[in-house]
Ligand binder design. Sequence first.
Ligand SMILES: Nc1ncnc2c1ncn2[C@@H]1O[C@H](COP(=O)(O)OP(=O)(O)O)[C@@H](O)[C@H]1O
Ligand SMILES: [Mg+2]
Length: 147
Amino acid sequence: MNNAPFIGLVDDAEFLPLIGHVIGRSTARVAFEVQGHPNFVIKKALWPGAFSNRVEYIIWQQIADEPDLAAVLGACPAMSFTGEHLLMERLSDLSTSAHIAARRVPCWVTDRKPTNFGINAAGEVKMRDYARLNLGEFLARLPIINV
Ligand SMILES: Nc1ncnc2c1ncn2[C@@H]1O[C@H](COP(=O)(O)OP(=O)(O)O)[C@@H](O)[C@H]1O
Ligand SMILES: [Mg+2]
């Protein structure tokens, strides 16, 4: 993504000076503004070993070059080695009925509550929480190949 303060896996210390005001919070994470980078958020895990940041980072790395999926999932350009901090594109709360009606979700993402969607600076409605997955039944449809 353009203008990310850093990309890839970095130390938690890189995130700390950029943490701004709290934007929102749920059961596993709290989201903060990123100082100097209004189109991003930092998502901080609320307990050690929480996996949601890692899941989103890994999924994003796998699908970033798949346009149909990248259009509906929030971009995650960076994460800390510990998984405590994740950098995600900012996806603001949906306010208009047209935006609410524009919500789309990959069939393998299971937590589809309204607060898990938002809209980015370009007007794209995307998921901002896609850590809960049901991959098995979909992966099982793909061939297992000889090596
Ligand atoms: N990319 C984002 N842009 C803006 N706000 C966000 C973003 N991601 C999360 N938030 C805010 O933080 C809250 C909690 O984030 P969420 O990813 O749903 O955490 P949890 O894993 O605890 O459910 C959201 O409801 C929203 O208010
Ligand atoms: Mg959530």
